[in-house]
Design a protein around this ligand. Structure first.
Ligand SMILES: Nc1ncnc2c1ncn2[C@@H]1O[C@H](COP(=O)(O)OP(=O)(O)OP(=O)(O)O)[C@@H](O)[C@H]1O
Length: 250
């Protein structure tokens, strides 16, 4: 039983059923108990920053929500738009509209930008038309015939997000989207993510650059050794030196 207290501010929460919720997630890598009773919820169209120090369990929580094969979700509930994803086969999460954009971006070598997008919808899950995606990312439109892996890191990140949008997307999970990117490129990605929010898509962002993530987000959840220690408005974390010092070392 945990001795930690969760600091919760209810700014931004509504009494209605949340669009997304995870409750008491417990995940393991083999015998290592990593994600410990993690619970939080999100309204439709919100961006949530999932923060914490190195090793706090951010990626593991994101992967548990996406029902990746590891870590293994031993118990807990994941509900998206009224649909229960727990107790179902892992692939059901993607079918239900959860897309995980992994830190290494996973662009398929030997394929152009457009072929990478075509491959994303081969399973039949179709989201934004390619032209709408190219309007969001004009750099991808210019490079649609270029091999994806030959593009810059920022362009590959755009393609990774574009691939998620090409599918029927309800919850976008982003693992370190700003990793290795120059400030100007981070700015372009943030602008696109705001447009994605304006289109009603809900996102969870894990990011080392906590300030950049908080500036983009409506809500924040902070993890410490696999447990939730804060759940509230992103603005509250930005404005609280105490929270930032205690849990984020910034
Ligand atoms: N494949 C794995 N096998 C065993 N343990 C793992 C594995 N991946 C991560 N862990 C452990 O789980 C814990 C949480 O890791 P996780 O990557 O989720 O943290 P994080 O908050 O995303 O960290 P970072 O900011 O450093 O990426 C760490 O102690 C890590 O060593």
């Amino acid at each position: 039983m945990s001795t930690k207290t969760v600091e919760r501010s209810h700014a931004g929460h509504t009494e209605a059923e949340p669009f997304f919720s995870c409750r008491d997630l417990n995940s393991y890598y083999g015998d290592s108990y990593i994600v410990q009773n993690v619970s939080f919820s999100l309204n439709k169209g919100e961006i949530l920053a999932l923060l914490g120090r190195n090793g706090a369990g951010k990626t593991s929580t994101l992967r548990s929500i996406a029902r990746a094969s590891s870590p293994e979700l031993h118990s807990g509930e994941v509900i998206l738009d009224g649909v229960k994803l727990h107790g179902k086969p892992n692939y059901f999460a993607a079918q239900a509209g959860i897309q995980l954009v992994q830190e290494d971006r996973r662009i398929i070598p030997g394929m152009t930008v457009e072929q990478n997008l075509q491959l994303a919808i081969i399973s039949g899950s179709v989201g934004w038309p390619f032209e709408r995606i190219y309007e969001l990312f004009p750099r991808l439109a210019e490079r649609r015939k270029q091999e994806g892996v030959t593009m810059s890191g920022g362009e590959q990140q755009m393609l990774a997000i574009a691939r998620a949008l090409a599918r029927d997307l309800k919850l976008l999970l982003l693992d370190e989207p700003y990793e290795g990117l120059a400030p100007v490129v981070r700015h372009d990605i943030a602008k696109a993510l705001r447009e994605v929010r304006a289109a009603g898509i809900t996102s969870i962002i894990v990011e080392q650059n906590a300030v950049a993530a908080l500036e983009l987000s409506d809500r924040a959840v902070i993890l410490d050794t696999g447990e939730v220690v804060f759940d509230g408005a992103a603005k509250e974390v930005l404005e609280s030196e105490d929270l930032r010092h205690r849990y984020l070392a910034i």
